[in-house]
Design a protein around this ligand. Structure first.
Ligand code: ZN
Ligand code: ZN
Length: 168
């Protein structure tokens, strides 16, 4: 086999290895080496071209959360299959040692059940900020807006499963 041939495609054609993608010479099916926020290894691409659907780890969503899900080639392209086997993976650990995963609108520790909502008052917290809070560190936030409309700066931190706020 030539060096730049990955494997046989399910159509019988040769799958060629290019810089950024794998492509079948015949049916032009493509698997981009970097897609859905992760890198497709040659081993994985081979399986996909064989027509297998299988679990892949570490897809990254636009909000930086990680998830595992199945992929398959459909109509010449890689498609992800979201079903009951899809799962969010640990993004980081809580200060209790538990695993933190993403839930709708926020993040939750699977061990101590600490929940931190992605939005705090008028601020959308970044992934880094959320991780800090789970670590037990304080977080300085500027230009927070109270319900009455006052703008203020504060430091927030988690104590005893409650979000505390200190004006600074
Ligand atoms: Zn093909
Ligand atoms: Zn925890």
């Amino acid at each position: 086999m030539e060096e730049n041939i990955l494997s046989k495609c399910q159509c019988g054609g040769n799958v060629k290895i290019f810089d950024a993608l794998y492509e079948c010479e015949d049916c032009k099916t493509q698997v981009w080496k970097y897609s859905f926020g992760r890198e497709f290894k040659e081993k994985e691409a081979k399986k996909l071209f064989k027509g297998d659907s299988f679990m892949l780890k570490g897809f990254k969503s636009s909000t930086n959360s990680l998830y595992d899900t199945k992929a398959i080639i459909n109509d010449g392209k890689v498609e992800l299959i979201f079903d009951e086997d899809t799962k969010s993976t640990t993004m980081f650990l809580c200060e209790c040692g538990g695993e933190v995963t993403q839930i709708s609108q926020g993040y939750k520790c699977n061990s101590c059940e600490k929940i931190i909502w992605a939005k705090f008052m008028n601020k959308l917290l970044t992934f880094r900020q959320i991780r800090k809070l789970f670590k037990g560190d304080g977080l300085k936030l500027n230009n927070l807006k109270s319900q009455r409309g006052n703008i203020f700066n504060a430091e927030i931190f988690y104590v005893n499963n409650e979000l505390n706020l200190e004006y600074i």
